[in-house]
Write a protein that binds this ligand. Structure first.
Ligand SMILES: C[S@@+](CC[C@H](N)C(=O)[O-])C[C@H]1O[C@@H](n2cnc3c(N)ncnc32)[C@H](O)[C@@H]1O
Length: 98
C-alpha cells in the first residue's frame, strides 16, 4: 500500500501482482518530474558517464535496434540514438515517459 506520495508504506506488506504494478507506476509517476535532477545530484553526475560507458561497452554494430525495457525518462535511449542506434524505450510509468 502507498501513502499520499505514492511511496510504499514500510510498515505494510509489499503488494503483489496488479497491485504491485499499480504501486510502482504510481510511485514513479509521482517522482518523474524530479527524477533526472535527483539522479544527477545523487550520483554527482556520474550517471551521465555510466550511461555513455554502457553504450560503449555494449559494442553494438552500427544502427542496432535496442529495446530499453524500464527506460524511465529515456536518458539511455538518447545516448543510444546519439551513438547511431535505434532505441525503443518501454516503461510502466507514463509520468517517466512524459
Ligand atoms: C529506477 S528507474 C530507472 C530508469 C532508467 N532505466 C534509468 O536508468 O534512469 C526504474 C524504472 O523502471 C520502471 N519499471 C518498473 N517495473 C517495470 C515493469 N514491470 N515494466 C516496465 N517498466 C517498469 C519504472 O516505471 C521506472 O521508470
Amino acid at each position: 500500500m502507498t501513502g499520499p506520495t505514492g511511496i510504499p508504506d514500510p510498515d505494510q506488506p509489499l503488494p503483489t501482482g496488479e497491485a504491485k504494478a499499480t504501486a510502482v507506476r504510481s510511485m514513479f509517476d509521482a517522482i518523474a518530474p524530479r527524477y533526472d535532477l535527483i539522479n544527477r545530484i545523487m550520483t554527482f553526475r556520474l550517471d551521465v558517464r555510466w550511461r555513455k560507458r554502457t553504450v560503449r561497452r555494449l559494442a553494438l554494430p552500427d544502427g542496432s535496434a535496442v529495446l530499453d525495457l524500464a527506460c524511465g525518462t529515456g536518458d539511455l535511449c538518447r545516448d543510444l540514438a546519439a551513438a547511431g542506434h535505434r532505441p525503443v524505450g518501454m516503461d510502466l510509468s507514463w509520468g517517466m515517459l512524459a
